[in-house]
Design a protein around this ligand. Structure first.
Ligand code: SF4
Length: 462
């Protein structure tokens, strides 16, 4: 190693929290790399550590504060960014600074430039001109923390809603949509760099463009509106020559989503919708101040399934919300059965400091909230497994996530029905044909032979 390279400053990075925080980390890493900094996988091997924090629920706050403490004791030079960085304690002082006064700098979320300023102030950037030319497979899309074959595409920041259990808008602000031309350019670069699955994320994907009044932007010399339908259409077209998947997350059940369903039926984007419903009972939704709470969700979902029978719906729910009666909870159980939600996440309500819901009457005892969660999950799992069972005997397209030794002993992948990290997987058996190989990031057809909990077991086909 040359003298120059030995002097290159190294930065450690810990990224906690949701995919939106992950994309913030990716932006910071891209910038660091472009400026010639190197990354270190350990706290001890780094000259400085950046901790990207989450402040969503109290457990996440604790994890973030613990990680900052660990980074301080093992490295000592720490910059904090992310949602927790924007939070204040009861006395109005910055929570991170209060708990860890030794941190070098604290910023809120999506603050790449502020983080870079703090890095420059504490660890001057290297001057080697060769390090400015860092090879970057994703071009304008920058560095990705996900495995190379799938990537998150953040289309907007912030949220215009004010759900009473959520403090994200107070941390991330109102909706700011990225220009559609930039989003599509990034998607193109990702596919060109080998991404086979693009996961569209935001706080509210259906609201894309509302803040800019659906302004017309440009892509490939053609006008295109900053609007969910136009975005999804364009993404489907860009993905097609690469044979890649486009998956939509955080879509609220507004009537405008109806127009996206035919694109799923035509195979332009995956027939998969992540719709965070949180509850079914109109009164609870009203207390939660949920977007699209006045919509007739059961009817809407039934129509979606009619228009696109392959559609898989993932959703998350909160049980034991303040004032939730047994009758309201029973309404939710019926809803999950009737709507046939394929994949379900569930939280027992827990107070988040700073959330408006804390002031609502009727907080349920922890034990009751947990009991409801268990009862809810029993029903949701029954529905989920029954829906998985229908796949046995079918042939599905599977994107391979892991395949040691070219898959001779099998591997792990996902079908269109499984988003990475949150849904189940397709466990691939060793192929019967000796010449058949499995490669990470490639598709294989597989015949489903069994259901294993939330996963499927499948035989790869030649
Ligand atoms: S839609 Fe509601 S839960 Fe989601 S980020 Fe906005 S305020 Fe929070």
């Amino acid at each position: 190693m040359s003298e120059t390279l030995q002097k290159i400053p190294k930065i450690g990075m810990v990224s906690l929290g949701c995919p939106k925080a992950l994309t913030d980390s990716e932006l910071i890493l891209t910038q660091l790399s472009a400026e010639g900094y190197q990354t270190s996988k350990t706290f001890q091997g780094a000259d400085l550590v950046i901790v990207n924090t989450c402040g969503f629920i109290d457990d996440a706050v604790k994890e973030s504060l613990d990680t900052i403490g660990e980074a301080l004791s093992e490295n000592g030079r720490v910059i904090v960014t992310g949602c927790l960085g924007a939070r204040t304690g009861n006395d109005g002082a910055n929570m991170v600074r209060q708990m860890h006064p030794k941190v070098l700098a604290v910023t809120g979320p999506h603050a790449t430039q502020e983080v870079m300023d703090a890095v420059h102030a504490n660890l001057p950037k290297p001057h080697d001109p060769f390090t400015d030319l860092v090879p970057n497979a994703f071009g304008v899309a920058g560095i990705k923390l996900t495995p190379r074959h799938y990537a998150y595409l953040k289309i907007s920041e912030g949220c215009n809603h004010r759900c009473t259990f959520c403090i994200i808008p107070s941390m991330r602000g109102d909706l700011v949509s990225r220009p559609i031309g930039d989003v599509l350019k990034e998607a193109q670069a990702l596919f060109a760099g080998g991404v086979k699955e693009l996961l569209v994320i935001s706080q509210d994907t259906s609201a894309y463009g509302v803040d800019v009044k659906y302004r017309t932007g440009f892509w490939d010399g053609k006008p295109v509106k900053t609007r969910m339908l136009d975005l999804v259409q364009a993404l489907g077209e860009i993905a097609q020559p690469y044979g890649a998947w486009v998956r939509l997350h955080y879509v609220y059940p507004y009537p405008s989503v109806d127009d996206v369903i035919p694109l799923m039926a035509q195979g332009k984007v995956l027939p998969y919708l992540d719709v965070p419903l949180q509850h079914s009972h109109p009164e609870v939704l009203r207390r939660m101040k949920r977007p699209a709470s006045g919509e007739k969700n059961l009817e809407r979902i039934a129509q979606w399934r009619k228009d696109c029978p392959e559609l898989v719906i993932r959703s998350t729910f909160i049980v034991g919300f303040p004032g939730e009666t047994e009758q309201e909870f029973a309404h939710l159980l019926d809803f999950v059965r009737e709507a046939q939600i394929d994949r379900t996440g569930c939280f027992a309500y827990s107070a988040v400091s700073g959330a408006a819901a804390n002031a609502l009457p009727g907080m349920l005892p922890l034990q009751e909230r947990e009991e409801r969660r268990a009862r809810f999950m029993a029903v949701a799992e029954e529905v989920s497994v029954a829906r998985l069972q229908r796949r046995v005997g079918c042939t599905m397209q599977v994107l391979v996530d892991a395949a040691p030794g070219l898959g001779k002993k099998g591997g792990v992948g996902r079908s269109y029905a499984d988003a990475p990290e949150i849904d189940g997987t397709v466990r691939l058996l060793p192929p019967e044909k000796i010449s058949k190989t499995l490669k990470v990031g490639e598709f294989t057809k597989a015949r489903i032979v069994q259901v294993h909990g939330h996963d499927l077991l499948a035989l790869p086909l030649p």
